[in-house]
Ligand binder design. Structure first.
Ligand SMILES: *Cc1c(COP(=O)(O)O)cnc(C)c1O
Length: 434
């Protein structure tokens, strides 16, 4: 065994050396590529750091920030998407506890293979009712719901052309990009551009207009009714992402389309259970037949484990609760209006389209990050910087999401801190706030 190397062994050793050399070169190449990709992010001030926070049940928006060195600091969260505080609502928590006690943790399968439970069916019925549709279909998230639905539609409608708003969420862009069908990007909320693009195409081609009701970064609304009019005129289907509106707008929380009495003119609604509903998961609501087809053709629905029953139970409780809690919706809008009024009073350049989202434009990634760091370190106020590619370069911002649980004490502290820091950083105030 331990004798001198034979000719065969020598050959093997040489091959091993060559392989090792290859592996070395490959590892070096990967290292260099990753280093330069990450360095680029640092240079542009958009390297992302995740803040470690621990939410404590019943105390939102108060939480604990755990620093990298292990020390702790109490903070107030001002950038969460738990818009109504439903993530800690007793109705939601007790529904989840009860479901866990009855059925355990996971669903144990895909929807097709043992993973459909009474909780999933109940939640889908709750969502169909919320939007006045025949059916609804659950997905792991609204990201997946958008991606899976939009990438599957051309399989069902050969020749489909999708008209997509330029500021649509990444999940819609991804679904439309991957579907291999024709797409037209129209300028954000620009009806003339949309009309021109519809007119330029074959009248006989199947068409779909995909847009959002509330755009999450500026907080502006789509001209839903006018888009529905164009859809009627050109025989197009309508697909609306109401992720930043469900639970919060409309007399039962059905979104802006419900508020504006346009639900019947929308063919497919997309929503999330993770933002205002405070839990996790996404869905589409549409005709029974469309849900039936997507259910059977979308890989993103078929080949993945269904949501845990407790998650479905919590989401259903949240949706059901918000169908009647108009007071919470009113308080949410009131809190947002007060924060905007107070920031405008300081002359800070906020964007105000009348929604619940309060973006404060800083306009430079490094300043935005610096402000965010100082708010956290010096004042215990947590608001994540929003940089490219989430928003266009030059419009970097802090995006505040006031909720019914952000009281006047929290708001006083925020306004005071921003006033001090804006002065300290010598940032511009709006000439005339408006
Ligand atoms: C957050 C978001 C989504 C994705 O929702 P998740 O349920 O978190 O995956 C989809 N569309 C828009 C506009 C969003 O902001």
């Amino acid at each position: 065994m331990a004798g001198p190397l034979g000719p065969k062994d020598r050959k093997t050793k040489k091959a091993d050396d060559v392989t090792a050399l290859h592996n070395d070169a490959r590892a070096r190449m990967l290292d260099e590529a990753l280093d330069s990709a990450i360095a680029r992010l640092h240079e542009e001030g958009r390297y992302r750091t995740f803040i470690d926070i621990e939410r404590e049940s019943g105390r939102y928006p108060h939480a604990t920030w755990r620093r990298p060195d292990g020390s702790e600091r109490p903070i107030t969260v001002w950038c969460g998407n738990d818009y109504l505080g439903m993530g800690q609502h007793p109705v939601v928590l007790s529904a989840m506890h009860e479901a866990i006690d009855r059925t355990g943790a996971g669903s144990g399968g895909t929807r097709n293979i043992s993973g459909t439970t009474v909780y999933h069916k109940r939640l889908e019925a709750e969502l169909a009712d919320l939007h006045g549709k025949e059916g609804a279909l659950l997905f792991t998230s609204a990201y997946i719901a958008n991606d899976a639905t939009l990438s599957t539609l051309p399989k069902l409608l050969p020749g489909l052309i999708i008209y997509s708003d330029a500021l649509n969420h990444a999940s819609m862009i991804e679904g439309i990009r991957r579907n291999g069908g024709a797409k037209r990007i129209f300028r954000h909320n620009d009806l003339e551009d949309l009309r021109a693009k519809l007119e330029a195409d074959d009248p006989a081609a199947p068409k779909l207009i995909a847009f959002e009701s509330v755009y999450s970064m500026d907080g502006d609304f789509a001209p839903i009714e006018a888009i529905c009019d164009l859809a009627d005129e050109f025989g197009a289907l309508t697909y609306i992402d109401e992720v930043h509106a469900v639970g919060m707008y409309g007399p039962r929380g059905g979104g802006v389309a419900e508020r504006d009495r346009l639900s019947a003119r929308i063919d497919i609604v997309n929503g999330t259970l993770a933002k205002a509903f405070g839990v996790m998961g996404g869905y589409i609501a549409a005709s029974h037949k469309l849900c039936d087809a997507i259910r059977s053709y979308a890989p993103g629905f078929i080949f993945t484990t269904s949501l845990p029953p407790a998650v479905a139970a919590g989401a259903a409780a949240s949706v059901a609760h918000l169908k009647t809690d108009q007071a919470l919706r009113d308080l949410h809008q009131e809190r947002a209006a007060v924060l905007k009024l107070r920031l405008r009073g300081l002359g800070l350049p906020i964007i105000d389209h009348g929604s619940h989202i309060v973006p404060l434009i800083v306009g430079d990634p490094k300043h935005t990050k610096l402000l965010s760091d100082m708010l956290l370190d010096d004042f215990g106020i947590y608001v994540q910087p929003i940089n490219f590619p989430t928003v266009p370069r030059g419009t970097e911002r802090l995006r505040f999401t006031p909720s019914p649980v952000h009281g006047s004490g929290e708001m006083d502290a925020l306004v005071r801190a921003l006033d001090i820091l804006w002065g300290r950083c010598a940032l511009n105030r709006a000439e005339l706030a408006g």
